[in-house]
Design a protein around this ligand. Structure first.
Ligand code: CIZ
Ligand code: SF4
Length: 329
């Protein structure tokens, strides 16, 4: 039997659900029981009743499943860390709060919102301050709910998402530490970003528009605000998929998001908005061999310690509050 057949056989034998994010390699993606973007995966993995979740994605996603379903054993064939999530930890979070306080804004006047791309420890810190999680699909609703509190929003870790949503809601944003006026801002952003989505530029858009005057440009809101402003459509992973799949067959589109996902969306008239191959390196770390090794370790009752997601009780308690506040909205 080849690796693929072995994996299919092991899945049938075991009480396991195999989950894969849209950015996974094709050979991993096609074997998964559940696929989706980070929001869909958090919801659907929670709803399964398998004892074991084998999650192919990046660390914060596996942690979110563990936080929502602590009774499940969550294993990640590779615990790869999202580059953006890695830009913030509890220490940096606290340092930013101090800088915000030094600008004359007290913690009582701040409501923190964290993009789902952050560790359970950061989500817990946000939850403890009464804040919420958001994804790129529901950020509008979450930010609007947050603003009803009358407080300023401290948005972590993606500055682009914070700036882009502020702009489309006609709000002012500022970034901690870059010299901008925090007191004037409605949304104060942490200075993090996604290294994959930073690869798309306004020059790439100009190149395609010149080459194909009728082309549409669709990008993810993790892209730079200048890129989003110059595009025809800005949407989350799922929103991009729906938008592109519904285009007439002969409509050309250039897409600014992760390569693996764009590559399997549509056979014709679909371009990557970059002269590079914008793969997410950490998402790409998981191989079929890793998936096999993890399933085999369950069968042998000899789980590989490094693959198991562990979140402290304290972080589960408060990160869950932040996630549940999002699910309520
Ligand atoms: O990690 C990412 O870049 C995204 C967009 C994840 C997701 O599925 O929302
Ligand atoms: Fe993180 Fe960017 Fe990779 Fe998404 S594409 S997992 S935000 S590094």
């Amino acid at each position: 039997m080849n690796l693929k057949e072995e994996i299919i056989k092991l899945k049938e034998e075991l009480d396991v659900t195999l989950v894969a994010h849209f950015y996974q390699r094709d050979e991993v993606f096609e074997l998964a029981d559940i696929t989706g973007d980070s929001l869909e995966l958090a919801k659907r993995a929670k709803a399964t009743d398998s004892k074991f979740i084998v999650f192919c994605g990046v660390g914060f996603m596996g942690e979110s499943v563990k936080v929502m379903s602590p009774e499940k054993t969550v294993l990640m064939p590779k615990i790869a860390c999202c580059a953006m999530a890695r830009m913030i930890d509890e220490g940096y979070y606290e340092e930013n709060l101090v800088k915000i306080n030094e600008a004359g804004i007290s913690n009582d006047d701040i409501l923190p919102i964290t993009y789902i791309n952050s560790s359970a420890a950061v989500k817990a810190r946000v939850g403890k301050m009464g804040g919420m999680v958001c994804t790129s699909s529901n950020a509008y609703k979450i930010i609007e709910k947050g603003l009803k509190s009358g407080k300023k929003i401290f948005f972590v870790p993606d500055r682009c998402l914070g700036q882009n949503f502020a702009k489309s809601l006609n709000l002012k944003s500022a970034i901690v530490g870059d010299g901008s006026d925090l007191k004037e801002a409605d949304i104060i952003c942490y200075n993090g970003f996604c290294s994959v989505h930073q690869q798309f530029t306004v020059e790439d858009i100009e190149f395609y528009r010149e080459k194909y005057p009728d082309i549409l440009i669709a990008v993810h809101p993790e892209c730079d605000p200048k890129v989003c402003d110059a595009s025809d459509f800005v949407g989350s992973t799922s929103q991009l998929i729906t938008y592109i799949k519904e285009l007439p067959e002969d409509q050309k589109v250039a897409v600014g998001t992760e390569f693996n996902m764009v590559n399997r969306l549509r056979t014709k008239n679909t371009y990557i908005l970059s002269s590079t191959k914008p793969e997410c390196p950490t998402m790409n770390e998981t191989t079929l061999q890793d998936v096999y090794n993890t399933l085999k370790s369950i069968k042998d009752d000899n789980i590989i310690k490094e693959t198991e997601i562990v979140v402290s009780e304290e972080n589960i308690k408060y990160a869950r509050l932040a996630l549940e506040r999002m699910f309520e909205v």
